[in-house]
Design a protein around this ligand. Structure first.
Ligand SMILES: [Fe+2]
Ligand SMILES: [Fe+2]
Length: 174
């Protein structure tokens, strides 16, 4: 594999783990506020990010790329409000999207078409990732901290189910 592409993919594995760390931290923060549904939603988000890291990791191994583990950055541990946490999550997902765009640019430049195809899956996944957090952020913004709305939303977010993108059935669907 092209060494620049391998480096970029290793950096993305690290960034997905950092994303998982941020959402796990948000989950703890929301749990401490007695919002178990919000905390659960962030726990599912954490699992998704770990699955993304694993998916890139497995791809690199399959292609014979060297895996290099680096330290994961410390996440923030407090936010001003649940709304601020979801705003942060939305900003973060936009950064993730631009990172995949850059990896695809690099893959095309280095004529690594297989990596381009693999990364298209992630770029596509980002549409939903951004839309999900944006929708919750906007609802929290509209609620303007009204407790009834927060409690209703907490019950709704408790319903989120984790679908493992690395499970055989999920792979067939893609
Ligand atoms: Fe991710
Ligand atoms: Fe994400």
């Amino acid at each position: 594999m092209n060494s620049k592409v391998v480096k970029a993919l290793n950096e993305q594995i690290n960034f997905e783990l950092y994303s998982a760390y941020i959402y796990m931290s948000m989950s703890a923060y929301l749990k401490a506020l007695n919002l178990p549904g919000f905390a659960h939603w962030m726990e599912v988000q954490t699992k998704e990010e770990l699955a993304h890291a694993l998916k890139i990791h497995n791809y690199l191994i399959e292609r014979g790329g060297e895996i290099v583990f680096k330290a994961i950055k410390e996440p923030p541990q407090k936010w001003e409000s649940p709304m601020a946490a979801f705003k942060h999550a939305y900003d973060h997902e936009q950064i993730v999207t631009s990172r995949f765009e850059e990896i695809i640019d690099l893959a095309l430049k280095e004529k690594d078409h297989t990596t381009n195809i693999q990364m298209q899956w992630f770029l596509n996944e980002q549409i939903e990732e951004e839309a999900n957090v944006l929708s919750i952020y906007q609802q929290l913004k509209m609620a303007n901290n009204a407790p009834q709305v927060i409690f209703m939303l907490d019950r709704e977010l408790a319903q989120r189910v984790f679908v493992d993108p690395n499970a055989p059935a999920a792979n067939q669907a893609n």
